[in-house]
Ligand binder design. Structure first.
Ligand code: NDP
Ligand code: 2IT
Length: 445
């Protein structure tokens, strides 16, 4: 980095102890050096300094009563990172690891991801250190209501539209939406991922996992490969992992492993998705239970060992930094030819280097998993029009969006001298539109 090294230095100085945020920004700024060279007017207008600083960060207390009548206190956040091209948009993560570093990396990535979708949505992320695991429905409801009691002051269908992420699924969105409606007395599209009877979009549940496969299918076809007959390893067993598995099966591949934070299952015959859906979506159980129903499958304690399984394609769909350099080298040594990031930033920078140096087709998160937020934007469209599209209509739009993201990222990489490096291509293609909008809108005093 030459032109932009001072921007990175300032980010580290101003945001100490936020390693994930630094990691996300560093990767983007490295890709943007040739863009800065071509656009001195953007350098002069401080676009690079401005884009790494959130427009607004909201932090609040979330008190709630547990089932024993004890007071519990969590911390709630919303990082409204950038509204240059549309209202703030991005998920809410409920996980004990949530802090500023995690949410700022996610919010920053979301700016460029949302731009890549070609739809008018700005970037944001939020959530809480609340852990829904092991809580009763009643406790989850009380937390969600308390969380929304404060959050509702800062969001709105034309201001900021949150959605799901780790730990926030249909149940949580329902409780939050109910509370927003009670407090504001309005039925609007303020959240996405809603239930189908109250404003949700068909195919939103499937969108991230399906979109990941549409993107990767396009990317591997460009190299003469396909999902057909491929052995696939997918980490996680939540929303993204489940629907990635479903689409891989539809495309003729075979998913042999899934995981959760405790361990992973290996089923050489191919994972039986009905069992996983029941265990995870209905009963909220651990993935280890799978082997009770399919005794020929094997469960291993500890989730990182999943990358030792031989596969053609790996789709990390759990969490950040879940593939390190060693796991990446193992994947390559085992013949893995493509890696598609369903999770946000699941590969460390060292792992990405290994993939790129070994010509692995690498689909970076902000491009490959953009199908979720793209379909959220389609849900917003339907809400504004007070109308709903069929599953086939939404799915066709999703596929079209993912294919275009691949084409745009691929073209940007070539145009700016990065060959077929989709990491740089996605960063550049996402950035150009946001930078143009920020420049046109002037500097806010
Ligand atoms: P879910 O909560 O539905 O599932 C998360 C899965 O990942 C679970 O199996 C969970 O296991 C596992 N996991 C979570 N944290 C860890 C951890 N620290 N170590 C190991 N495993 C972990 O979330 P989603 O499927 O929605 O999200 C998965 C990833 O995809 C995240 O990175 C998210 O940001 C990203 N994403 C999600 C989108 C969406 O539309 N939902 C859109 C784009 C990206 P356990 O149950 O044991 O915690
Ligand atoms: O990381 C993501 O893109 C999401 N969690 C989905 C966000 C959204 O607004 O649908």
């Amino acid at each position: 980095m030459k032109l932009l090294s001072n921007v990175m230095e300032q980010v580290v100085k101003r945001n100490p102890n936020e390693p994930e945020f630094h990691q996300a920004v560093r990767e983007v700024l490295e890709s943007l050096e040739p863009v800065a060279e071509r656009h001195p007017e953007w350098v002069k207008a401080g676009i690079f300094e401005r884009i790494v600083e959130p427009e607004r960060q909201i932090v609040f207390r979330v008190p709630w009563l547990d089932d024993k009548g004890n007071v519990q206190v969590n911390r709630g956040y919303r990082i409204q990172f950038n509204s240059a091209i549309g209202p703030y948009k991005g998920g809410l993560r409920l996980h004990p690891s949530v802090n500023f570093s995690i949410l700022k990396f996610l919010g920053f990535e979301q700016i460029l991801k949302n731009s890549l979708t070609s739809l008018p949505i700005g970037g944001a992320k939020g959530g809480s250190d609340f852990d829904p695991k092991g809580k009763s429905d009643n406790e989850v409801m009380k937390f969600c209501q308390s969380f929304m009691t404060e959050l509702c002051k800062h969001i709105g269908p034309d201001t900021d539209v949150p959605a799901g992420d780790i730990g926030t699924g249909g149940r949580e969105i329902g409780y939050m939406y109910g509370q927003y409606k009670r407090l504001r007395n309005e039925f609007t599209g303020v959240l996405t991922g809603k239930g189908l009877t109250w404003g949700g979009s068909l195919a939103r549940t499937e969108a991230t996992g399906y979109g990941l496969c549409y993107f990767m299918d396009e990317a591997i076809q460009a190299k003469g490969k396909s999902f057909k007959g491929a052995t696939v390893v997918i980490s996680g067993s939540g929303n993204v992992a489940i629907y990635a598995t479903e689409k891989v099966n539809q495309l003729g591949g075979k998913v042999v492993a899934l995981s959760d934070s405790n361990g992973y299952i290996y089923d050489a015959e191919g994972i039986k998705l009905d069992t996983v859906k029941r265990l995870k979506e209905v009963e909220r159980k651990r993935i280890s239970e799978y082997v009770k129903f399919h005794p020929s499958a094997k469960y291993t304690e500890g989730c990182s060992g999943i990358w030792n399984i031989k596969c053609d394609i790996a789709l990390p769909c759990a969490t950040q930094n879940e593939i390190n350099e060693i796991s990446a080298k193992t994947l390559v040594a085992n013949g893995c030819f493509a890696v598609g990031e369903g999770a946000n930033m699941p590969s460390t920078p060292e792992a990405i280097d290994v993939f790129l140096k070994n010509n692995v087709v690498f689909g970076p998160a902000k491009a490959a998993n953009a199908g979720g937020v793209a379909t959220s934007a389609l849900e917003m469209c339907q809400n504004s029009a007070r109308y709903s599209w069929t599953f086939e209509e939404v799915d066709a739009k999703l596929k079209n969006i993912m294919v275009n993201i691949y084409k745009n990222a691929s073209a940007a990489a070539k145009e700016y001298g990065f060959g077929d490096n989709l990491v740089a291509g996605a960063n550049i293609a996402g950035f150009l539109k946001v930078a143009d909008a920020m420049y046109a809108q002037g500097i806010a005093y």
